[in-house]
Design a protein around this ligand. Structure first.
Ligand SMILES: Cc1cc2nc3c(=O)[nH]c(=O)nc-3n(C[C@H](O)[C@H](O)[C@H](O)COP(=O)(O)OP(=O)(O)OC[C@H]3O[C@@H](n4cnc5c(N)ncnc54)[C@H](O)[C@@H]3O)c2cc1C
Length: 367
């Protein structure tokens, strides 16, 4: 989110990016990064996500079809009566909204993803307009472009507090005690944003990632090289796609839900092995020597109501925090850049203000 924002802002103003690590290494490096609007029922949010999918395509054209944006579609199959009915209803709903979707014959599946074995009785849907990102690499490319447009990058420095002058946020203080002043501070610190915002008395309505059983933390695993897939696969018991290093990126809803911040490393590793075993059912050609490469715990920035939290929260202070921020970041960044630079609220962001729903934040928004 911060990388996309720096890229959108840098050509027009002086930008300083502060990261306690390096850009692209937070949750962005530890998610699944499927770019889609596949399951979004809220119509306004659906349209917003479709616009965000288009924005990724525009960005990829600007960068000359980079390897970090993979518009290879998504295959999804259902293998029991209930899930078949759900998938059929979803395909129909998406088609009625002009979203590319269709059912495939086994022969079609063999053309699109030759390495994938689908059970004979499964119904397979294909969503050719969907994509995935190698999100960490994308973030790094965006920051690099922002730097070449004049942005300053400060890495391995933690923001400890927001500084204020006469009721206006005017910068940040780093753990070293150094101060950075700014006309506008945008907090895009993902799931850890509350730590920073709290120093100015702003409460963000995010799901508590530290609570036992919290849905915010999730698990993915990668494998050693196995160049078998092209795009995203959603099978009944897992989802997978190619990873940047030539292996597979593996995930499953049940194992993700079972993971929280207290899950021991040994359990995480056992879940990675289980994911690889499930992948072998789907990819019979997976070489026996392919092994788990690493297991990752990512923490979702999860707004309580599921929608992005974007907008001014105090004079001088703007928030940009969202789940699905890989899908949304380039689109959000363009809209936010115009709001911050011109001071004109973007209509498309109106449903996603942090103060919605009876004032979740303790501060009032400026317009
Ligand atoms: C398992 C899993 C699967 C997911 N699947 C998808 C998906 O398929 N599609 C999708 O769109 N999204 C998905 N997401 C969500 C998506 O990954 C996140 O919404 C997105 O990565 C958040 O990006 P961000 O820039 O807000 O946060 P981050 O990537 O966490 O970046 C925040 C940055 O802020 C820095 N920071 C934090 N605190 C400070 C501080 N005090 N001082 C300085 N720097 C600080 C961090 O170092 C970090 O670099 C998934 C997430 C998970 C965990």
């Amino acid at each position: 989110m911060g990388a996309a924002l720096a890229d959108a802002l840098a050509p027009e103003c002086r930008v300083t990016v502060v990261d306690e690590g390096t850009p692209g290494r937070g949750t962005t490096a530890n998610g699944f990064a499927w770019i889609n609007a596949n399951r979004t029922l809220d119509e306004t949010y659906f349209d917003f996500r479709v616009a965000a999918m288009r924005e990724w395509e525009r960005l990829a054209r600007e960068f000359g079809t980079p390897q970090w944006h993979v518009p290879a579609g998504n295959l999804m199959w259902a293998d029991n009566e209930e899930s078949r009915a759900e998938l059929a209803a979803r395909v129909e709903r998406l088609l009625s909204r002009g979203y590319p979707a269709r059912f495939l014959s086994p022969a079609d599946v063999a053309v699109i993803e030759p390495a994938v074995r689908v059970p004979d009785d499964a119904h397979v849907a294909h969503f050719p307009g969907e994509a995935f990102a190698h999100a960490s690499q994308a973030a790094q490319a965006l920051v690099k472009r922002a730097k070449s447009a004049g942005a300053r990058l400060i890495t391995h420095h933690r923001v400890v507090t927001l500084t204020q002058d006469h009721g206006r946020v005017n910068g940040v203080e780093l753990a070293t005690g150094d101060l950075i002043t700014a006309d506008h501070v945008v907090c895009a610190a993902g799931w850890q944003s509350s730590r920073i915002l709290g120093t100015a008395g702003v409460r963000l309505p995010l799901v508590d990632a530290h609570a036992p059983g919290s849905p915010a933390p999730g698990l993915t695993a990668t494998t050693t090289p196995a160049r078998l897939l092209r795009g995203v696969i959603h099978a009944p018991r897992m989802h997978l796609r190619p990873d940047w290093n030539g292996g597979l990126l593996l995930a499953a809803r049940d194992l993700d839900v079972a993971t929280d911040l207290a899950t021991p490393a040994a359990t995480m590793e056992a879940r990675a092995v289980e994911l690889l075993a499930r992948a072998r059912d789907i990819l019979p050609g997976l070489e026996p020597g392919v092994a788990v490469r690493d297991v990752r715990r990512g923490v979702r920035p999860m707004p309580e109501d599921g929608f992005p939290l974007v907008g001014p929260v105090l004079p001088g202070l703007y928030v940009a925090v969202s789940h699905s921020a890989v899908t949304l970041a380039p689109h959000l960044a363009r809209l936010i850049a115009r709001e911050v630079l011109d001071g004109t609220p973007a209509e498309a962001l109106a449903p996603y203000r942090p103060g919605r729903g009876g004032g979740h934040t303790s501060a009032t928004a400026f317009v």
